[in-house]
Design a protein around this ligand. Structure first.
Ligand code: SF4
Length: 508
C-alpha cells in the first residue's frame, strides 16, 4: 500500500488553528482510496521530521500565508535527497492565489488551486500503482497547475459536491495537542458566499462555484457531537457566509443542537462562532435564526463591515451600506452576541477627508471598543477584482509569502497617517496577537471575557492614537511619534499587554 503524508505548515503568528484543510483531504482520500494517510502539523514537528519525509510515496503540503520559509526547508530537503525525487503537491492559500509565481520559482511541484479534495483524490488514485511523475494525464484532473515541458498547464476548475461529504476525519494526536495548548477547533457548515461580489474578496478565485453551498445538517451535528465527546467546547465555523440566506436551515440546525444538548449528547456549555453578512442581521428571518442559534450556544459573530464611508464601500463593492451596517451592529448587540468586526480602514484610493469620515463613524458606533482589530489596510491579493482595478498603484512584484502586491497611497496625507499608525502598531503587534489568539481558543469562558476586555482596551488606545495622528497630520505637525501623548499611550498599552500575558501564563 502506498503512503501519503499531508503536512499543514501552521500559522506563523502562533495561532493554533486546527488544520482543517488536510483533514478534509485525508477524509476524501481515506473514503475511497487504498492508501495509508498520515497527517502532520508543523506546530508539532519533531527532530526526525525531515528524515521521515523520505518514507512516503506522496507528500501534500498545505501552505498558509507566511509559510514560504517552512515550505522551502521541505522543498530543499526533498530536492537534495537522492532517494526521493517525487513532485510535491501543494494546496492552501499560497498555491491557490499564486500558483503562477510558485511554478516559476520552484521545480517539480504540482499546485492545487481552490478546493483540493477531488483533485487530490484523482491525483493519488492515478499513481496508486505506478511511479509518480508529472505527465500529460494530469491535464484531465481539475484544479491543478503544473509545468510540463516548460509550459504552464492550468486545468479546468471543479467544485466538491458537499452533499456526499459525510464527516471530517480528525487526527487524534493533533486534537490532543490543540486541547493541551488551548488552540482552536474548527468545522465547516458551508462553502462560498451568497453575495460573492466584494472586490477585495477571494471567494471567486477559491471556488469554481463561488455561490453558497451547504453541508448537510447531519454532518455538522455529527462533528459537533464528536468535538463535544473529545472535550472541546468552543469551535469556530470557518464558513464565509454561515447562513447563505437559508435561514430555516440555520433554525433547524439551532433547534437540533438545543435538543441534543438537552439529551446530554452535546455538552451544555458548547458555544460557537460564525461569520454572517450585515443583511442577515437586519431581515426578520435572519434575526429569528440568530436568536435560535444564540439559544443553541452561538457566542460570537464575525461581521464584515469593512467601511463606513460611501465611496469606499462602493470601491469594495459591499452588499451593505452604512445604514445596513449600523442596523446590523445594533441588532447583533441587542441579541447579546459578541461582534468580531472586519474593517478595511485604509485603501490606496481613499482621500484624507474619507479617512476622517471613517474615523468619525468608528467612534460614533463604538467600534473602537470592540475587541477585534479594525484599523487595518486593504491587501491587494492576486486574482481578486480589486487587483485588476488597482494595478496603477502597485509598486512591485507579488509578495508570494504574504500573498499581496505592495502599493502606494494616492493621497500623501493618508500615506503619512498610515505609516505613522503602522509604526505605532507594529511595536506591540506580537503582544496583541498573542492575547487575541488565546482569546479565541479552548479556554475557560471567564478568561475569554477577561482577555477580550483587555483587547478592547488596547483597540481603544489604538483608536485614540490614530485619531491623534490624523489631527496632527491635518495640522501639519511633524514629529508625531515623540509626543507626550504617544508616550503615555504606549505605557498604557504595554501595561495592558503585560496583564494579558499574566492571565494567560496563570491559566496555562
Ligand atoms: S460578503 Fe464576505 S465572503 Fe461574501 S464576497 Fe463579500 S467578503 Fe467575500
Amino acid at each position: 500500500m502506498k503512503k501519503l503524508l499531508l503536512i499543514d505548515l501552521g500559522d506563523t503568528r502562533g495561532e493554533l488553528n486546527e488544520p482543517l484543510g488536510i483533514e478534509c483531504i485525508s477524509s476524501r482520500v481515506i473514503r475511497e482510496g487504498n492508501i495509508q494517510v498520515d497527517m502532520c502539523w508543523y506546530s508539532m514537528i519533531e527532530s526526525d521530521f525531515f528524515e521521515n519525509l523520505l518514507l512516503y510515496d506522496f507528500i501534500g503540503i498545505s501552505m498558509n500565508i507566511g509559510t514560504l520559509d517552512r515550505f522551502e526547508k521541505i522543498y530543499n530537503f526533498i530536492h537534495k535527497s537522492d532517494k526521493n525525487k517525487m513532485p510535491l503537491i501543494l494546496g492552501g492559500c499560497i498555491p491557490t492565489f499564486a500558483y503562477k509565481q510558485m511554478l516559476e520559482k520552484y521545480n517539480n511541484i504540482i499546485c492545487i488551486y481552490g478546493e483540493g479534495e477531488e483533485a487530490f483524490f484523482d491525483l493519488i488514485h492515478r499513481y496508486e500503482r505506478g511511479p509518480f511523475d508529472i505527465n500529460e494525464s494530469l491535464s484531465e484532473i481539475c484544479n491543478l497547475a503544473f509545468k510540463l515541458n516548460g509550459e504552464t498547464i492550468i486545468t479546468s476548475k471543479g467544485s466538491l459536491d458537499l452533499e456526499f461529504e459525510d464527516t471530517t476525519v480528525r487526527d487524534d494526536y493533533i486534537l490532543q495537542y490543540i486541547k493541551k495548548n488551548h488552540g482552536i477547533v474548527r468545522l465547516e457548515g458551508s462553502r462560498g458566499c451568497s453575495w460573492n461580489k466584494c472586490s477585495f474578496c477571494c471567494v471567486n478565485a477559491k471556488y469554481a462555484n463561488p455561490s453558497w453551498r451547504g453541508f448537510s445538517i447531519d454532518k455538522i451535528v455529527k462533528e459537533l457531537i464528536e468535538l463535544s465527546d473529545m472535550g472541546f467546547h468552543a469551535p469556530y465555523f470557518t464558513d464565509e457566509d454561515f447562513f447563505g440566506q437559508e435561514y430555516n436551515r440555520a433554525i433547524e440546525l439551532g433547534n437540533t443542537i438545543i435538543d441534543l444538548k438537552s439529551k446530554g449528547k452535546i455538552r451544555e456549555d458548547m458555544n460557537f462562532f460564525i461569520s454572517i453578512l450585515a443583511a442577515d442581521a437586519i431581515c426578520e428571518d435572519g434575526k429569528k435564526a440568530l436568536a435560535v442559534l444564540k439559544k443553541a450556544g452561538l457566542r460570537e459573530v464575525f461581521l464584515g463591515i469593512e467601511s463606513l464611508e460611501k465611496e469606499q464601500l462602493k470601491r469594495y463593492n459591499k452588499k451593505a451600506n452604512i445604514d445596513t451596517n449600523t442596523k446590523a451592529i445594533k441588532t447583533i448587540s441587542d441579541i447579546g452576541l459578541n461582534i468580531d468586526s472586519g474593517y478595511i480602514l485604509f485603501d490606496p484610493e481613499m482621500s484624507f477627508e474619507a479617512l476622517g469620515i471613517n474615523i468619525d463613524y468608528i467612534g460614533r458606533l463604538n467600534l473602537n471598543k470592540f475587541d477585534s482589530r479594525s484599523l487595518k489596510r486593504l491587501r491587494i491579493q492576486p486574482l481578486t477584482t480589486i487587483c485588476e482595478t488597482l494595478s496603477s498603484v502597485v509598486t512591485d512584484e507579488l509578495d508570494i509569502n504574504n500573498l499581496e502586491y505592495p502599493y502606494r497611497f494616492t493621497d500623501k496625507k493618508v500615506n503619512k497617517v498610515y505609516s505613522e499608525y503602522k509604526a505605532w502598531e507594529d511595536a506591540n503587534l506580537d503582544g496583541s496577537w498573542k492575547i487575541q489568539s488565546a482569546s479565541r481558543g479552548e479556554i475557560d469562558e471567564n478568561l475569554r471575557y477577561e482577555l477580550k476586555l483587555i483587547l478592547s482596551k488596547i483597540r481603544d488606545i489604538d483608536f485614540d492614537v490614530l485619531n491623534g495622528i490624523y489631527k496632527n497630520v491635518k495640522d501639519n505637525i511633524i514629529n508625531v511619534q515623540d509626543s507626550v501623548f504617544m508616550k503615555t499611550q504606549r505605557q498604557r498599552k504595554e501595561k495592558l499587554i503585560l496583564n494579558g500575558f499574566k492571565l494567560i501564563r496563570e491559566y496555562y
